[in-house]
Design a protein around this ligand. Structure first.
Ligand SMILES: Cc1cc2nc3c(=O)[nH]c(=O)nc-3n(C[C@H](O)[C@H](O)[C@H](O)COP(=O)(O)O)c2cc1C
Length: 373
């Protein structure tokens, strides 16, 4: 038995295993509506054995999209389109969460594979961006600083999106407070120069994230988990540190957050020592200091490393991103490589013997180590 393929329960929701699909923008939506692309992207990974799939950063309001091709959940048409995806994933016996996001000063940018790059001008389908302060992310257009009244709208926007996520059939909500997007912009002194109750001290800088968390928790069913993705460090002098973010995580634990998903960076150009498991130490620190479950992410491509990260108590789940783009069945392959039959994966029990071979319904039969499981 491995930790990676053992179940995890948060609130009233059980995940068949701890190999989860990381949220990844697909840049393939029109007017925020998920398309066949999203059904295939997420559907393939549901069949690939992941215990939880997270959608890409999905905007709570149109101006919160990173690119004009991002998905959203600000209207009914989007809810109906997401429902098709969640129904498919549930029919495969797995769980799906929506990452709710507002990109703030990093909104309205061209897709990574477009030329040109940078901010999309209004004339080309872009929009004016907003942020805590008028300072821009290097290379992007300067945002408008949000007024106090506009800041108070943000928790309401996230809560309305969470309500729609219930109708769309999601099992989990993850609030995106990482990678230099709006909630991270408020958290970080690099992007927040406000001198009101939303700026200055760490307590003030985390106020908007805490308000968003409270609003989402109130709108989201009690038995369903709430996750928050954080950037544990800005990787630059004067920016957020792991110690700061551990304080934030501890506060979030008291506001109904069930797991913190620990990423890093995205709010400044920085020299990051990237390598296998490079963000795991941050996850371990936050788990130990804040005393709540965490997910680790970042180059955990090798199933042995993913397993070791869980087995040594650094994290409670791992998220796999690019390796799952290369191999939608990463989780099934990981189980095979770790010598786990199919235990912990959403596999139907054999129901009948035909010519000495058991058959299964609702799932592809799997034969591991000479034994049907
Ligand atoms: C194409 C692509 C899109 C991404 N989009 C998002 C996103 O929407 N939200 C997010 O929090 N992280 C996003 N990420 C970051 C991943 O979730 C993950 O943290 C990162 O890729 C590191 O994990 P990996 O080494 O397993 O790929 C994206 C990464 C990639 C490669």
């Amino acid at each position: 038995m491995t930790t990676l393929f053992s179940p995890l329960t948060l609130r009233g929701t059980t995940f068949a295993n701890r190999a989860w699909l990381a949220p990844m923008c697909q840049y393939s939506a029109t007017d925020g509506v998920p398309s066949d692309w999203h059904l295939v992207h997420l559907g393939a990974r549901a069949s690939g054995g992941f215990g939880l799939l997270l959608t890409e950063a999905t905007a709570v309001v149109p101006e919160g999209r990173i690119s004009p091709q991002d998905t959203g959940i600000w209207n009914e048409e989007q809810v109906v389109a997401w429902r098709r995806v969640t129904d498919f994933v549930h029919a495969r016996g797995t769980r799906i969460g929506i990452q709710l996001a507002h990109a703030g000063r990093k909104a309205s940018t061209y897709r990574p594979f477009s030329s040109p790059q940078g901010s999309v001008p209004v004339a080309d389908g872009g929009w004016e961006t907003v942020g805590p302060s008028p300072s821009s992310f290097p290379g992007y257009a300067a945002p408008q600083a949000l007024t106090d009244a506009e800041i108070e709208d943000v928790p309401r926007q996230f809560a309305a999106a969470a309500k729609r996520a219930v109708d769309a059939g999601f099992d989990v909500v993850e609030v995106h407070a990482a990678h230099g997007y709006l909630l991270h912009q408020f958290l970080s002194p690099l992007s927040n120069q406000r001198d009101d109750e939303y700026g200055g001290s760490l307590e003030n800088r985390m106020r908007l994230l805490v308000d968003v968390t409270d609003a989402v928790r109130a709108a989201w069913p009690d038995e369903r988990p709430l996750l928050v993705r954080v950037s544990a460090t800005d990787w630059v002098e004067g920016g957020l540190t792991v110690e700061d973010v551990a304080v934030v995580a501890k506060e979030l634990a008291g506001h109904g957050v069930d797991l913190v998903d620990v990423s890093t960076g995205g709010n400044a150009h920085a020299d990051i020592p990237v390598g296998p498991g490079y963000q795991v130490p941050a996850a371990r620190t936050i788990r130990a200091t804040a005393g709540l479950p965490v997910a680790a992410v970042g180059l955990l491509d090798d199933p042995r490393l993913a397993e070791a990260t869980l087995a040594d108590g650094s994290a409670d789940a791992v998220l796999v991103g690019r390796a799952a783009l290369r191999d939608p069945h990463w989780a099934l392959r990981a189980a095979h490589e770790l010598g786990v039959a199919t235990s912990g994966l959403p596999v139907a029990e054999p129901t009948a013997d035909v010519d000495g071979l058991p058959t299964v319904t609702g799932w592809q039969p799997q034969y591991e180590r000479g034994t049907w499981r």
